[in-house]
Write a protein that binds this ligand. Structure first.
Ligand code: SGN
Ligand code: CA
Length: 543
């Protein structure tokens, strides 16, 4: 409020032109008309589970507010569908092969310049709360409290610049408490601010808050039509990926069957990993939390004990899907409530008008489509990501953009919005033309994608590709050499690879040419692909 009032007064005295001249001469003094930024990101939040996109699974009234009062992006996507690489791309405005954080394995190179550093230098107050997952601390923040690695759902540990701490409670509530506490008690009212509010939820192993597992374990959800996909019509990568609910989702850590019950039923899994993770997570609960947990999950275990001996694979697949959705969506219910708390705070404190609020995820996620969970693929559910942006001063309420925007674009968008220079080596585009209703000034017709973490969790093969509104072309490499082409308009579920269909020869040629152009433009190359493979060899991750 104070800042807003001060801005009006200064403008009245100096006139708008004089104000910008004044701001240009004294860079240390922030231009008081600069917007605040609240960047909200959850982890693995599928757009299929936001009711502004589709309400077949869950209602998310608070996240939806951002679409109603701002802009919904229906074709937002990532450059590399995995956690830490996506975060590094957001912070640097560069593709993963340029900033070097190609996967979750190698640490982030902190000599990279990130946009929060530029905001801090320009006089913004900066803070980060929640999940970063870099293996090192963020630069450019006056204050941060981050989860170590993936973090925990209950009684999470935090790393801060002043030491480590553990906070009793449910992670989504706790991260929001920290955020609101900062806004209410430590925000400097004479400065614009950049606040990164980053949820762990709904990341695997999907443990909801007590109030939500009670509610969600009673629900039944519609099955995706491709739940029993056999991957015919696609290449080796889809067939060999280890993300199938029936085969790869663990009965204990993921589906919450107590290890003793799983043992008693004679359920064998590829390793003890799922049972061990379950025990670790369960042990974090305090006696009260365990009691609440058991009161809900024990009856589920009892019912499973009864039903399991007569279950076919098909029954088990269906049961796993329901268990998965109950817990995954239960986690999202807390995210939505907590986003509501933050939006209410902005309203109550007169901050909504001049604050850019972004809601997004680090990538998309499979909710049983193609029989899968997890992400990583260039295929739509993992490649696309939710994106909603509200900024009442610039964005018309209730607008929708179908343009292909990427997580690569955030850094430059924020810099442009704040009137700060965009470094030449950033590789995205500012979304300002779209936000301010001038889509004719936006001319991107294709995006570039590159995934690396293989071999690794879920065994999704290395691939790069290009996506236009009409087609998707991907090259899977390293231990295969396979191309896939999908017709996005006529085959939206991406069930049939048309690469070898002679009728598409022209399309393949055109897409390959465009792909080479993009590889060149973004400075990616065969040599770099090999360099990253060599890095895996040096680390002993492959022979
Ligand atoms: C963990 C998960 C995986 C997940 C990776 C990466 N297993 O290893 O399922 O793909 O993280 O996720 S877990 O049961 O231990 O959580 S990411 O979001 O960090 O990229
Ligand atoms: Ca993620």
């Amino acid at each position: 409020m104070e800042r807003e009032k001060k801005q009006l007064k200064t403008m009245a005295v100096l006139g708008v032109g004089a104000l910008s001249l004044f701001a240009a001469c004294t860079p240390a003094e922030p231009d008081t008309s600069q917007p605040n930024i609240v960047f909200i990101m959850s982890d693995d939040h599928a757009y299929q589970a936001i009711s502004a996109y589709s309400n077949h699974l869950i209602e998310t009234p608070n996240i939806d507010r951002l679409a109603r009062e701002g802009m919904l992006f229906t074709n937002a996507c990532v450059t590399n569908s995995i956690c830490a690489p996506s975060r590094a791309t957001i912070l640097t405005g560069k593709h993963t092969h340029i900033h070097g954080k190609i996967d979750n394995v190698f640490p982030f190179d902190t000599t990279n310049v990130t946009f929060p550093q530029l905001f801090q230098d320009a006089g913004y107050q900066t803070a980060m709360f929640g999940k970063l997952h870099f293996g090192n601390n963020p630069k450019g923040f006056d204050e941060f409290m981050i989860l170590p690695g993936q973090g925990d759902y209950y009684n999470p540990d935090f790393i801060t610049d002043k030491g480590d701490t553990t906070i009793v409670g449910y992670v989504t509530d706790v991260i929001t408490d920290l955020t609101l506490n900062w806004l209410g008690n430590r925000r400097k009212k004479d400065k614009p601010f950049l606040l990164m509010y980053l949820h762990k939820a709904p990341h695997r192993e999907w443990i909801p808050a007590e109030r939500h597992y009670r509610e969600f374990t009673k629900k039944t959800f519609p099955e995706p039509v491709t739940l029993f996909d056999d991957y015919e019509g696609r290449g080796t990568a889809a067939k060999e990926a280890e993300m199938n609910l029936l085969k790869h989702m663990t009965i204990s850590a993921d589906n919450k069957i107590y290890p003793e019950v799983a043992d008693e039923l004679g359920i064998k899994e590829a390793s003890d990993w799922g049972r061990n993770v379950f025990r670790q997570k369960y042990q974090r609960l305090n006696p009260e939390q365990k009691k609440a947990y058991d009161s809900v999950y024990e009856p589920i275990n009892e019912a499973f004990k009864e039903a399991y001996p007569d279950m076919s694979d098909e029954d088990l697949m269906r049961w796993k899907y329901q268990r998965y959705m109950q817990d995954y969506l239960g986690c999202i219910a807390s995210v939505d409530e907590n986003v509501g708390r933050v939006l209410d705070y902005l309203d109550a404190n007169g901050l909504s008008e001049n604050t850019i609020v972004v809601y997004t995820s680090d990538q998309g996620f499979y909710l049983g489509e193609h029989g899968w969970f997890d992400k990583r693929f260039i295929y739509d559910e993992s490649f696309k990501t939710p994106l909603l942006i509200r900024w009442p001063e610039k964005i018309q309420a209730g607008s929708v953009s179908d343009e292909m925007v990427q997580n690569l674009d955030f850094a430059q968008t924020f810099l442009a919005a704040a009137g700060l220079p965009q470094p030449d080596d950033m590789q995205g585009e500012s979304l300002m033309p779209l936000l301010s209703g001038q889509p004719d000034q936006w001319d991107r017709d294709a995006v570039y994608y590159h995934y690396y973490e293989y071999p690794g969790f879920h065994m999704v093969k290395r691939h790069y590709g290009i996506v236009t509104t009409e087609y998707k072309l991907a090259h899977f490499y390293y231990d295969v050499d396979e191309w896939e082409l999908y017709d996005r308009k006529n085959d939206p579920m991406e069930l049939t690879n048309k690469y070898d269909d002679p009728a598409n020869a022209d399309v393949v040629e055109m897409m390959k040419e465009k792909l080479s152009e993009l590889r060149e433009m973004y400075k990616d190359s065969k040599e770099l692909d090999q360099e990253f493979i060599q890095k895996y060899k040096k680390r002993g991750l492959i022979k």
